[in-house]
Design a protein around this ligand. Structure first.
Ligand SMILES: NC(=O)c1ccc[n+]([C@@H]2O[C@H](COP(=O)([O-])OP(=O)(O)OC[C@H]3O[C@@H](n4cnc5c(N)ncnc54)[C@H](O)[C@@H]3O)[C@@H](O)[C@H]2O)c1
Length: 336
């Protein structure tokens, strides 16, 4: 059975997803929609698909099984609702939405209409982040005590009309970068009790460099740093350290440009144990976007709900990230 895909948005993520489908068995990208018809046509040509300047026309196509939403964040709500109402399964880029009311409406709509709905929280499919989760779950290093994460990039230059730098459209680096690691910390440690954050505002008015401290139920804590106020030559940098009772996992990844140029990355993944010499883990060059999409397609094919990342978990990541912004504004700890 071939799963037919319609991609909405022919920008950075539209390209990334289209490239990933090429490697996924039993899928065919049949249409690509973008309000910028040149971009839609260019990407569609690369993958032998039909191009649309109106996403509705692609959503209404009867043979489309999956609508893959790679549109700017303020459009996620509208197009998830439309796709669900047309009985389509939906993969939607993160963040789920700009606010919790929209997220609730999307979750309820997908549930009521019994379509599969997954938000693309990539780190849950990024091999080294997945391995850290497995080490913690199997208690190989004992109880996790602290997570610290870093996500630093040059100021994004690719987004259509610079929507991503417009605080009203994107809410800045908080919803675009910070939410990845907030979700990772929550995946490992559970729901936090509270968050305290500080932020630097860029001249556009958004908090574009954020540091947050999160407190968890069992006395664990997380320190999450994310920002894009660096010069464009600054490498894409992502890192984490998970400190556990009997050891630590340390991951560092740096690549010039953007994340998907993995083969050019300098990276290390080391497991330190109290009772053994350090183990240098292998760096897996697998494309996390491909892993994430492959998983969603398998869920659609097997008619099972995606559980690696649920819409409720995507909403929780949004809730915590928004609470971080509130903490910056108030200069206080915000309870969750
Ligand atoms: N998972 C990740 O690692 C990751 C990385 C980057 C971006 N994202 C997310 O992906 C989403 C898209 O970001 P991007 O970087 O690809 O942005 P982008 O600007 O590169 O692409 C968005 C595309 O949508 C098109 N568009 C805008 N309004 C439209 C409309 N009304 N109808 C049809 N097309 C329209 C634009 O022309 C553009 O080509 C965002 O939600 C962002 O947060 C996720």
């Amino acid at each position: 059975m071939i799963i037919k895909i319609g991609i909405l948005g022919a920008g950075y993520m539209g390209h990334t997803h289209a490239r990933a489908y090429k490697e996924i068995k039993d899928t065919e990208v049949v249409g690509i929609a973008d309000i910028n018809s040149d971009k839609a046509a260019r990407l569609a040509k690369m993958y032998n698909a039909k191009s649309y300047s109106d996403p509705d026309k692609l959503i209404y196509r009867e043979d489309v099984d999956v609508v893959d939403i790679c549109l700017p964040t303020p459009l996620h709500h509208e197009y998830v609702m439309k796709a669900a109402s047309n009985g389509k399964n939906i993969l939607c880029e993160k963040p789920i939405a700009l606010n919790l009311k929209q997220a609730d409406a999307m979750i309820n709509c997908a549930k009521n209409l019994k379509v599969k709905f997954m938000v693309a929280h990539t780190l849950r499919f990024w091999p080294e982040y997945v391995e850290a989760k497995q080490i913690v779950d199997k208690e190989i290093l004992g109880k996790p005590l602290e997570i610290s994460t870093t996500r630093l990039v040059g100021t994004p230059s690719w987004s259509e009309n610079d929507w991503i730098l417009n605080p009203e459209m994107s809410l800045g680096a908080a919803l675009d970068l910070n939410i990845h690691d907030i979700d990772f910390a929550t995946w490992i440690l559970g729901k936090p009790k509270s968050i305290f954050a500080r932020g630097l505002k860029s001249f556009r008015g958004a908090y574009d460099h954020i540091i947050s401290v999160l407190d968890y139920e069992r006395g664990s804590q997380a320190f999450v740093e994310a920002g894009w106020m660096f010069p464009q030559t600054f490498p894409f940098t992502t890192a984490f350290r998970v400190l556990c009772r009997r050891g630590c996992i340390d991951f560092n990844f740096k690549v010039p440009g953007t994340a998907e140029r993995r083969e050019k990355a300098e990276s290390s993944f080391v497991i330190y144990k109290k009772t053994a010499p350090p183990r240098y883990g292998k760096i897996v060059k697998k494309d996390p976007y491909g892993e994430e999409i492959r998983y969603f397609i398998e869920c659609v094919k097997d008619d099972r709900e995606p559980t690696v990342v649920t819409p409720e978990q995507a909403k929780l990541a949004l809730r915590i990230t928004l609470a971080g912004l509130k903490s910056i504004e108030m200069g206080k700890v915000v309870k969750l």
